[in-house]
Design a protein around this ligand. Structure first.
Ligand code: ZN
Length: 304
C-alpha cells in the first residue's frame, strides 16, 4: 500500500478482560481493526503477560501498516510502562511485566501504555461527550466499575496510584467482598459481575447481564435490580461531587449505557442531593480507550 506522505498512521491497542482490540487510525479515522481473545490459554501460567504481548505483536503485524508509535490502554495498573494486575480473577496474578519495552524491542517502534479508564476519560474528552467540558468525572460500568477524571482541561493522573478508581470507593462499611480485597466497594454492588452473581440462581443465569437489562426491562425484578445497583452508584457520584465539586459526569460501559440504568442513576442522584449534577452518556460507545490512546499519542498530545 502506498501512503501519502501527509497521512498519519497510529496503532492503538485496548486490552480488556476478555477481548483485545487493535485499531489502525489514519488521520484520526479508524481504517482497520483486529479483535483477539485476551486469554490465549485457559490454564494458569506464569508467563501469561508475555503470551498476551506476543498475541498483540502478531495482531499488529497482521495489520501490515507502518506507524511511528503504538499506544496501549489496558485493564490493571501501568507504572512506567510496566504492567501489573488489580483484579487477579480476570487475568491471573502478575506484577510489573515490562509491556512497553517488550513490544518495543520486537517491533522496533516506540510504545506507550496507560490504564484503560484513564484512556477512556481522555478519549471522551478529546473526541466524545467531554469535548466542551473543562472538567468531568468519567465512570464506566461493565464487568467492573472504573473511573477517571479531567480537571482544568487535563487528564488527572497520579502515578503509581490509579487515581479515580471510583469502583473501589467503599459505600457500605463491612459490606460485600470486592475483587480488590476490601469490603463494600461500589464494584461489589453495581458492576456487571455483581449483577451476574444476583442472577446466578435465576432461570436466566445463561443470559448476559447486558441482554437481561435489555430484553426483560419490563419485569419488576429487573427494574428492582437496576434500581438497587443505581442507588449504590449514585451514592458514589454524590460523594465525588461533594469532595471535588465536579458537576459533570459521563457514564459509559455496556451496562452504564443501558437506557433504564442510565435514567435510574439520574433519578437516584436527584433523590440524594439537590445539588446540580449533570449526567451525560459516553459517545464513543465501544472504543473510548483506543481514542484515548490516539489523544495521548504524539500526533495529538496536547494538554495531557
Ligand atoms: Zn474494591
Amino acid at each position: 500500500m502506498v501512503l501519502d506522505m501527509t497521512d498519519k498512521n497510529f496503532i492503538a491497542v485496548d486490552i480488556g478482560g476478555t477481548k483485545i482490540s487493535i485499531v489502525l487510525f489514519r488521520n484520526d479515522k479508524i481504517v482497520n481493526q483486529v479483535k483477539l481473545q485476551t486469554n490465549p490459554i485457559d490454564k494458569p501460567t506464569t508467563n501469561k503477560p508475555k503470551l498476551i504481548a506476543d498475541n498483540i505483536i502478531n495482531g499488529i503485524l497482521n495489520l501490515n501498516a507502518s506507524t511511528d508509535q503504538i499506544g496501549i490502554a489496558t485493564t490493571g495498573v501501568i507504572n512506567d510502562g510496566s504492567w501489573s494486575v488489580l483484579n487477579k480473577k480476570i487475568l491471573g496474578e502478575f506484577n510489573k511485566f515490562p509491556l512497553c519495552n517488550y513490544i518495543e524491542s520486537k517491533l522496533n517502534t516506540p510504545v506507550f501504555a496507560i490504564s484503560d479508564t484513564e484512556a477512556a476519560a481522555l478519549g471522551e474528552f478529546k473526541f466524545g461527550a467531554g469535548i466542551k467540558l473543562s472538567e468531568f468525572f468519567y465512570i464506566t460500568v461493565s464487568t467492573g466499575v472504573g473511573g477517571g477524571m479531567v480537571l482544568n482541561n487535563q487528564l488527572y493522573r497520579k502515578s503509581p496510584n490509579l487515581a479515580g478508581a471510583f469502583g473501589h470507593m467503599v459505600i457500605v462499611q463491612n459490606g460485600k467482598l470486592c475483587g480488590c480485597g476490601r469490603k463494600g466497594c461500589i464494584e461489589a454492588y453495581s458492576s456487571g459481575t455483581a449483577l451476574k452473581q444476583v442472577l446466578e440462581h435465576s432461570e436466566y443465569k445463561d443470559l448476559s447481564v447486558k441482554d437481561i437489562l435489555l430484553t426483560k426491562s419490563d419485569q419488576t425484578w429487573v427494574i428492582e435490580l437496576i434500581k438497587e445497583a443505581a442507588i449504590y452508584l449514585s451514592e458514589g457520584i454524590v460523594n465525588v461531587n461533594s469532595l471535588l465539586g465536579i458537576e459533570n459526569f459521563i457514564i459509559g460501559g455496556s451496562i452504564g449505557l443501558n437506557e433504564n440504568f442510565f435514567n435510574e442513576i439520574k433519578n437516584q442522584t436527584s433523590l440524594i442531593t439537590s445539588d446540580k449534577i449533570n449526567l451525560k452518556k459516553a459517545e464513543l460507545k465501544n472504543n473510548p480507550e483506543v481514542f484515548g490512546c490516539l489523544a495521548y499519542s504524539s500526533v495529538h498530545c496536547k494538554g495531557i
